[in-house]
Design a protein around this ligand. Sequence first.
Ligand code: ZN
Length: 218
Amino acid sequence: MIAMKVKVKEKNYEPQRIFCIGRNYVEHIRELDHDVPQQPVIFMKPPTCLVAPGQKICRPRHGNELHYESEIVVLLGAHGRPDSEDEAGSFIAGLTIGLDLTLRDVQNELKKKGLPWERAKAFDFSAPVGLFRPFDHTIDLENISFSCTVNDLVRQRGNSNLMIFSIKRLIVELGTVWDLLPGDLVYTGTPAGVGPLASGDRVTIQSEQLGSYSWEII
Ligand code: ZN
């Protein structure tokens, strides 16, 4: 398995880290019966999890409930630690949408035992990602809409205006822990409506601003 390259405006990035944000939409927190966090919940996936649009997704075998979570994904293009949301904006190279695939049954067991989530979140094929659109002033970060469709039925609808921590805020928060690098990806959390995927399903994520991408589960 080779780590994927991502491209924005003819510039290639080779992501070395994928930061993922949990519990960033109130309605999704309610459906999983969690508390609203005081600071972002952060976990990571290795870049070997990335799956380009149109590639097939091999269903993991170490769990039963494979869930889709559609999310806005940010590509960072700068090095450092932004200390304001204004500065964080200048770290954004591109935007797209992606799926934070999750083995929900495995995650629930790990949560009960207070164990790390990698088995549930960081398996091979767990990070399908669309093509990046360059970030510029024509994209309003506070109003990006997206949806997730499984076999032509709409399962999730989201908008960045429903996030608890905004995209810029998340970048500032990540910078308090890590020195950020060009190529870093940020999965920004999922709205309500998560649910299962079975072999043979076709999952499509769509955003007026960021494009439409599909994957088949095998
Ligand atoms: Zn997620």
